[in-house]
Design a protein around this ligand. Structure first.
Ligand code: AGP
Length: 367
């Protein structure tokens, strides 16, 4: 067991540290002459760009990767994307036709609800594309097209490196689709792709924030409940940060779109309640900072995660985690590991079984 953990105390920590290599293995074979290229995976972008509607459906962390996909595909490729939870999508009589594309995301390739959605999409004649980590898994076998993520085996129940490679694939798809669709030019596509190619180094840098993350964890460990807030891509990321924390620390947490606070959630804020604010998107920073001030004025303890170029006024946050800079679109890849590390150290401090949290299974093969 110790040997399998490669010197790390838990599989989760080992897997967090494997992320730079996992991203490199997933991304670099799909960059050809500086451009994203998914043709070796059987993906024909000229066809893909003509689908009426793109759906991305998955469960848990994989669904959160789909949320990042939605933001970047819509922003860059200007194609409408609907993201849904597999167990909801399949029972809501969804409007999906043969002119649509269904993307399912699954680490294990065995999740029952995700599998059912894939079958439902095939029944109506929609094109299906699976983003899967386990080679030869059921979902991979049944989908029309498969893009394998190369994370290697993920043992810890809490998914980390699988999420990171799932979002890398979302970026490859978004960039290539945007170029095929004519919504970004070749220069921009190459620039984004080059940045994506450099993400293993950026992620490595973010792993060096582990002491800061462990310090932040020491501030969360006695909390009864906390909030994650963000806007846009930062909201997508907050959902994953929050799930990771509750899954292994057993502390109740919610993610909220920062602009929604005033519509109900802010009444939960009491003296000392931790709020983790993710703010990596320049256009939205002022708005998020004003939401931070609102929670702070009501006694919240604010932990701000932002990139190192963003200026925030004195006293806005109690603690700040500064991320290395990359293209704004790619910031989720820079913020993911610190969020995972915060969850990890909180779980360790609580003395929980980090790799096997109570009541959870690694792969949910029943409904
Ligand atoms: C994440 O940490 C989870 N344990 C869980 O949400 C997981 O992502 C979900 O069950 C989906 O699994 P899959 O990717 O194997 O389909």
């Amino acid at each position: 067991d110790a040997a399998e953990k490669g010197g790390y105390e838990h599989f989760m920590l080992k897997e967090i540290h494997e992320q730079p290599a996992a991203v490199r293995d997933t991304v670099s074979p799909r960059i050809i002459n500086g451009m994203p290229d998914l043709s070796q995976d059987g993906v024909d972008m000229q066809k893909l760009k003509d689908y009426r509607q793109i759906f991305i459906v998955a469960c848990g962390t994989a669904m959160h990767a789909g949320m990042v996909g939605k933001y970047v595909i819509e922003k860059l490729a200007r194609k409408p994307v609907i993201v849904d939870i597999a167990s909801e999508f399949r029972y809501r009589d969804p409007i999906i036709t043969k002119d649509d594309l269904m993307i399912v995301i699954s680490q294990s390739g065995e999740t029952a609800d995700t599998m059912a959605v894939l079958r439902l999409a095939k029944e109506v004649g929609a094109a299906t594309l699976a983003v899967v980590n386990v080679v030869g898994s059921s979902i991979a076998r049944e989908a029309d097209m498969v893009i394998y993520t190369h994370a290697g085996p993920e043992i810890s129940v809490a998914s980390t490196k699988a999420y990171m490679v799932q979002i890398s694939v979302m970026y490859l798809l978004a960039f290539e689709l945007a170029y095929a669709n004519g919504t970004i030019d070749k220069e921009r596509c190459m620039e984004l792709t080059a940045q994506l190619g450099q993400m293993p180094d950026i992620i490595r840098e973010t792993l060096e924030l582990k002491d800061t993350c462990s310090f932040v964890a020491s501030k969360l460990v006695n909390a009864e409940s906390l909030l994650y807030i963000g806007r846009g891509l930062d909201y997508a990321l907050s959902m994953e940060g929050s799930l990771k924390l509750k899954e292994i620390s057993y502390i109740h947490s919610e993610s909220y779109a920062a602009g929604e606070l005033k519509h109900g959630t802010i009444s939960l804020i009491t003296e000392g309640m931790p709020v983790i604010a993710v703010a990596t998107q320049k256009k939205l920073i002022e708005k998020t900072v004003s939401n931070i001030r609102e929670v702070k004025a009501r006694g919240a303890m604010v932990i701000l995660i932002c990139d190192n170029s963003i200026e925030v006024g004195e006293g806005v946050a109690d603690y700040i985690i500064r991320l290395p800079q990359t293209d704004e679109q790619l910031m989720p890849m820079a913020a993911a590991a610190p969020l995972q590390l915060i969850a990890y150290y909180t779980s360790v401090l609580k003395g929980n079984d980090v790799d096997k949290p109570r009541n959870l299974a690694k792969s949910v093969t029943v409904e």
